[in-house]
Design a protein around this ligand. Structure first.
Ligand code: TMP
Ligand code: ASP
Length: 236
């Protein structure tokens, strides 16, 4: 028996016969601005499943602990069950998006160092930015957890910068989430990494290969994601 456990903006999670394993179904829905902008793109779920699978394989191959088990169909994955840590971890290499807005900086300027930001994962509150003190004081994570999360996020950044660079793509910024395995409590990379949650620009032209094409009405989303997948598949 498979029961719907949770439906998010871009994915559904179902139970499986094994309480420690869940089935993820990638939907064709796209949302932006905390769900205020919405559309359905046939083929999006399949593309994000393929892209995310490729990325998690590479990360696992480099020793990053993740929830990923296997891709089981065009739109489905099996993952290990976790308790999600309600912190959205944003990693930035190049100025874009809310960072550009907040500091009045030009998009596209390379940062003097990588920035890791934490946001409290709450749709009702609009994901407010928090620091380590907030995270500890309101009981989201311990000091040790946060150190591990920062270290994993930095390693993920290095590995993905290399992967995308080989595909001629600049990893501008991305958002990741972590969870605690139901079985051991270990912290692992969870959720997804896809063009929904990253900014990816062609290194030469700065053409956008991510959800900003939808947020900003720049180009067709499935065509853009297909282009990204083809470029990733070209990397050996
Ligand atoms: P931002 O510049 O809007 O703060 O976004 C930073 C990165 O995080 C960008 O790659 C998009 C991603 N992101 C999400 O995945 N989910 C979100 O809800 C937001 C706001 C950003
Ligand atoms: N993921 C958020 C939403 O759907 C925000 C975004 O990515 O722009 O609304």
């Amino acid at each position: 028996m498979s029961q719907l456990l949770y439906e998010g903006k871009a994915k559904k999670m179902f139970t499986t016969d094994d309480p420690n394993v869940l089935r993820v179904v990638y939907k064709n829905d796209a949302t932006a601005f905390n769900g205020k902008k919405k559309a359905v793109f046939p083929g999006k779920g399949k593309l994000n499943n393929a892209i995310c699978t490729r990325i998690f394989h590479v990360l696992q191959g480099k020793g990053i602990p993740t929830h990923f088990i296997d891709k089981i169909s065009e739109t489905e994955q099996l993952v290990k069950a976790v308790d999600i840590i309600p912190i959205e971890v944003v990693v930035r290499n190049v100025v874009a998006g809310s960072l550009a807005k907040r500091f009045g900086l030009d998009e596209g300027v390379r940062l003097g160092r990588t920035i890791i930001e934490f946001y409290y994962k709450s749709d009702e509150l609009g994901d407010p930015m928090i620091n380590d003190d907030h995270a500890q004081a309101i009981g989201l994570a311990t000091e040790k957890d946060l150190a591990e999360i920062r270290s994993l996020a930095a390693r993920v950044n290095t590995i993905l910068q290399d992967l995308f660079s080989e595909a001629g793509i600049l990893l501008v910024d991305f958002k990741i989430e972590f969870g605690r395995l139901k079985t051991t409590g270990d912290i692992v990379l969870a959720d997804e990494i896809s063009p929904d949650s990253c900014r990816l620009w062609d290194r030469k032209t700065h053409e956008k290969l991510d959800k900003d094409v939808f947020r900003r009405n720049i180009a067709d989303l499935p065509e853009t994601y297909e282009k990204l997948l083809n470029r990733l598949e070209g990397v050996k």
